[in-house]
Design a protein around this ligand. Structure first.
Ligand SMILES: NC(=O)c1ccc[n+]([C@@H]2O[C@H](COP(=O)([O-])OP(=O)(O)OC[C@H]3O[C@@H](n4cnc5c(N)ncnc54)[C@H](O)[C@@H]3O)[C@@H](O)[C@H]2O)c1
Length: 399
């Protein structure tokens, strides 16, 4: 089917930016929020993003006005009667999402598609709240949606091929990079990111090193585009905690963010959206001794991210190529975790994991795919074969 109009339900951190992406691509979009104040914020947000594009010469004022004119805002459901694709971006709570999906099923035309922007919840469970589970899939944007190129297209157990193909085309039409993912809690990017964040929070709790020192060490090592605490402030501490709790519930203690974030969420310090999170303005200058201590964490984080990416390979959630692509486009990592391990040497990575396992336990267990590759002599980049195949083993990049 051809998608000519889009509906977004929930105009919070993600919803307003998702609507902007569709409008910029010239696709008429309606946004619904239960909260009229939030609706006004969406209007200001979308107008602001359009003004930026026009002032940077990326859009003519006339074209900007025409595309912005295709935005509709509502607190009701009526405008959804002619929507081809509806995307829900309401809070990360299964009963709220199921109620929204069931309502959308009632108001949308029978052939329209339903999608969820969920970060970690089951698409299958949401789809079964409707009478069209084959037309329900995950369409997962990353923060900020106008900037990050990745979309994870998540297939639930009932999602049909036509739905997936249509969503891949829609993603391309709005200039994004679609990666197909089989359903599992957290999908690809959040599983890897949250596994790595869990090590950050564990390290912080054990050492008392200040968040600003940890952020500085990670950025200076070029391991990620921003520090983990800055990232949580940008995403929303409540969202990060919800996602990690879903993952802890599904996979066990290797996902655990701990008291530091829980206390802030309880105090409603949710990050940039409330004006305070780990930081309440500029990042303080860290103590250089603390930054030094935090350097050992960077390697731990990289190894943890790799183990989770390798488990995704083991569970056949996505291909090694798509996993690395997703982490680069969705989390801004300079190198996907599997390509990183290939570059380090898989035998070396395995030896480090064995040592970490005896020190910290099963959360650093050697993934089955790593063991297989090492035993078959596929030791990574220098061997020409590891998680990826390398044609020019002396060249610069492997992917
Ligand atoms: N924040 C992120 O960085 C991020 C990134 C990717 C995906 N997500 C996912 O996107 C979804 C939304 O997250 P968010 O950060 O934008 O949340 P948010 O809390 O900022 O916004 C949610 C909005 O939904 C509205 N809402 C609640 N119930 C509603 C209903 N029945 N109908 C219409 N509107 C309703 C609320 O008023 C609020 O404005 C979640 O599933 C989250 O996991 C978030």
């Amino acid at each position: 089917m051809y998608v000519e109009s889009v509906g977004v339900v929930g105009g919070g951190t993600m919803g307003g930016d998702i609507a902007t992406v569709f409008l910029l691509a010239g696709i008429p979009t309606v946004v619904r929020d239960v909260n009229a104040v939030q609706i006004e914020k969406v209007r200001r947000h979308v107008e602001g993003r359009f003004r930026e594009r026009v002032s940077r010469g990326r859009l003519t004022p006339q074209e900007g006005e025409r595309r912005l004119g295709a935005l509709r805002l509502t607190t009701g459901w009526e405008p959804f009667a002619d929507v081809d694709l509806a995307i829900e971006a309401v809070p990360e709570n299964m009963s709220v999402k199921r109620a929204v999906l069931s309502e959308l099923d009632r108001v949308l035309p029978p052939l329209s598609l339903l999608a969820s922007n969920t970060s970690a919840l089951s698409i299958t469970a949401m789809g079964r709240a409707t009478n069209r589970p084959e037309r329900v899939a995950g369409f997962h944007f990353f923060f900020p949606a106008t900037v990050m190129r990745l979309i994870e297209i998540v297939c639930g157990e009932d999602t049909d091929r036509d739905t997936v193909l249509t969503l891949v085309r829609v993603a391309e039409e709005i200039h994004k990079l679609p990666v197909r993912v089989r359903e599992c809690p957290g999908f690809v990017v959040n599983r890897v990111l949250m596994r790595s964040l869990s090590e950050v929070f564990r390290f912080q709790e054990a050492t008392g090193v200040a968040p600003a020192a940890i952020d500085r060490a990670v950025v200076e090592a070029h391991a990620a585009p921003m520090g983990p605490f800055q990232l949580c402030d940008a995403l929303g501490l409540d969202v990060a905690l919800d996602v990690s709790q879903t993952l802890e519930h599904s996979y066990g203690e290797r996902f655990h963010l701990g008291a530091l974030i829980t206390d802030r969420v309880k105090a409603k310090h949710l990050g940039q959206k409330t004006g305070a999170g780990f930081y309440d303005g500029a990042t303080p200058d860290p103590d250089p001794t603390d930054v030094d201590r935090a350097r050992e964490l960077v390697r731990l984080q990289q190894l943890a991210a790799f183990t989770e990416a390798a488990r995704l390979v083991d569970d056949e959630i996505a291909s090694p190529h798509d996993i690395d692509l997703a982490l680069r486009a969705g989390a801004g990592l300079p190198l996907g975790p599997l390509a990183w391990a290939d570059a380090e040497g898989l035998d070396q990575v395995m030896a480090e994991l064995e040592a970490l396992r005896s020190r910290y336990g099963d959360r650093f267990a050697v993934p089955a795919s790593l063991e297989r590759l090492v035993h078959s002599g596929s030791l990574g980049r220098t061997a020409g074969r590891g998680y990826h195949v390398y044609r020019n083993v002396y060249g610069r990049t492997g992917l």
